[in-house]
Design a protein around this ligand. Structure first.
Ligand code: AMP
Ligand code: MN
Ligand code: MN
Ligand code: MN
Length: 275
């Protein structure tokens, strides 16, 4: 069975609509797909309808932005109920903070000599409620400041660089309570991407387990193959299940296409084994 439990649509910073994403997943042989837009569940209904037509199993998901100590983390909620009020309200709260953040990002870029970036980013954001750094990155490429979006993040929009604005996202306990309250499972997304040393990783995983977290994303478009093994070991040590997802955002933009998800290392318990 081909499983991909991490993907994005135009409801956040993906390039494809939920319907086109589902169609692409189907064409690429995916049997089970989770749509996990950033802080937003609006695409799930259209994705679910398209998936039902084609007989693809759509998992209702979300990727919640979390502030933990001094780092921004992403926590996936899988098999959530998007109608659960505390989850819906919590996500609405995070999205509302994004507007002011986008204005501050644009002001910081303007200080660095890059004008009109908010208007530019907004042109890429199909969901006006969700302007992300990925939309700014696309505009910076368009305006000739970098050759692709990966290159943008080396010079802009990240800590210490123009266009970076610290932001208070959800707390980890809050995000996990919204996910659990809605009947979902919490998965720590692409843990290899965070600037944490081993001791900090252990503290994070300890807290994550204590708060009821279910799994670690072991196989991810953000991980190199040797990191699959590292995070499989952490998962086993902390009694967490393992998840796998491409983190596909769009053709030509993401390292892994939808469904391009290598097998979990031996010894992992797949988080989807009892879906
Ligand atoms: P935001 O939620 O607005 O902070 O935007 C985060 C999004 O920007 C991520 O989900 C990615 O889509 C993109 N992003 C962040 N850092 C990088 C990076 N180093 N390389 C490529 N894309 C990135
Ligand atoms: Mn993204
Ligand atoms: Mn992420
Ligand atoms: Mn993602």
């Amino acid at each position: 069975m081909k499983v991909d439990l991490h993907s994005h649509s135009t409801y956040s910073d993906g390039i494809l609509s939920p319907e086109v994403l589902v169609e692409r997943a189907l064409q690429r042989g995916v049997d089970m797909l989770a749509l996990t837009d950033h802080d937003e569940v609006g695409g799930l209904s259209a994705a679910g309808k398209a998936a039902a037509v084609w007989g693809l199993r759509l998992i209702n998901g979300v990727e919640i932005s979390v502030q933990w100590e001094s780092v921004t983390l992403h926590v996936l909620g899988l098999c959530i109920d998007p109608g659960h009020a505390p989850l819906a309200e919590g996500l609405a709260g995070i999205r509302s903070g994004r507007e002011q953040r986008a204005q501050r990002i644009a002001a910081s870029l303007a200080d660095a000599g890059i004008a009109d970036s908010l208007e530019g980013a907004r042109r890429y954001a199909k969901n006006p409620d969700l302007v992300s750094r990925a939309h700014f990155a696309r505009y910076l490429v368009e305006a000739g400041h970098a050759r692709d979006t990966n290159a943008v993040f080396r010079s802009y929009l990240t800590p210490g660089k123009p266009g970076y604005v610290p932001h208070q996202w959800a707390g980890l306990p809050e995000a996990l309570s919204w996910i659990a309250g809605s009947g979902g499972l919490a998965v720590l997304a692409h843990p290899g991407r965070y600037p944490l040393n081993q001791q900090q990783c252990e503290r994070l995983l300890g807290e994550f387990v204590a708060l009821g977290g279910a799994a670690v994303e072991v196989v991810s478009g953000s991980h190199a193959p040797d990191e699959f093994v590292t995070w499989a070991r952490y998962a086993r040590r902390f009694g967490l299940r393992a998840s796998a997802g491409s983190d596909f955002h769009g053709p030509g933009e993401s390292y892994r296409d939808v469904g391009n998800v290598p097998a979990l290392p031996a010894g992992c318990t797949p988080v989807w084994s009892d879906f």
